[in-house]
Design a protein around this ligand. Sequence first.
Ligand code: PHE
Length: 349
Amino acid sequence: MSAITNLADPMDSLQQLVIDATTEIGDAISIDQLDAIDTTLMGRGSSISEARRGLGAIKDPDERRDTGRAINDVANQIKDLVTAKRSTLVATEEAAALAADRVDVTLPGRIPPRGTHHLITQTIDEIVDIFVGLGYTMARGPEAETEFYNFTAMNIPETHPSRHESDTLYLDYGEKDGGVLLRTHTSPMQARYMEQHDPPVYVVVPGKVFRSDAVDSTHSPVFHQIEGLAVDHNITFADLKGTLATFAREFLGKDTKVKFIPHYFPFTEPSAEMHAYSNGRWIELLGCGMVNPAVFEHVGYDPSAVTGFAFGMGPERLAIIRHGITDIHGNNDLRPLLDPDQRILRQYV
Ligand code: PHE
């Protein structure tokens, strides 16, 4: 940029100033740079302001006026150049920012993994659904249960081994109703439900049960049961067999054979185990029996007016049978069901 040093010929210098400024402004590549050029050209200490200051020294009024006008012209030209360049640069910088921020809406999204219910929950839901289809309702009961409901109301004598400390997980909640424990089976809900409902009763009760066992291929300190109870007029063992055989065929396949083997439970009389023929062998599916009149008496039902049957099954066991869950030797094993590594369970769902 040339300074307007030669005031004797200020017009030439101003002409040169416009030429230089045009190039310089045109070459600016950023707004910051343009601001700096603007300050140098027009600010204090610039050739323009120096030229203005020099006007006073021009004696001839006409010459002074013409020079002043020429300076203003140049100043306006430079101002216009800067303004035009500024809007070009703003547009370019905005376009660059937009391009940098651009989102490719055609990119496929990240699909979050989709959860499912645990296989045990799925099995429970399916079993409950089968009984709901047969007209049963579903209820749930407390996992912390009193000794009265867990044992006494179920006709389990004081001397029964399941009452022993080493088999049952007792809780420190005082001595009410004989003390509190983690229920060892879902059968106490038979008593609770009958106390709350008059017959007829058709109910299934899924839930967690607890025993003082170490984990192995067939044991876990926490597992599940589904209790069933049907109480009505003239319920017979034939109703029990028909209902449970229907269940087995719904759950394991319509050609599934079942058999009933005599067994003992204090709260049913007579009692049985139902076995099913699956994959070339007989397997125990559940315990069952006709409700012991002693249980009816505990809950205030008239044992001469109603009869009923009850059953209890383990969904873990049923899931293992149906999905063929085994250890590496091919033996049934419930531990894969307890494994927190999802890759294990995903094999089965
Ligand atoms: N409560 C029994 C058990 O835990 C199962 C059962 C329920 C048997 C109802 C008969 C009737 O083994």
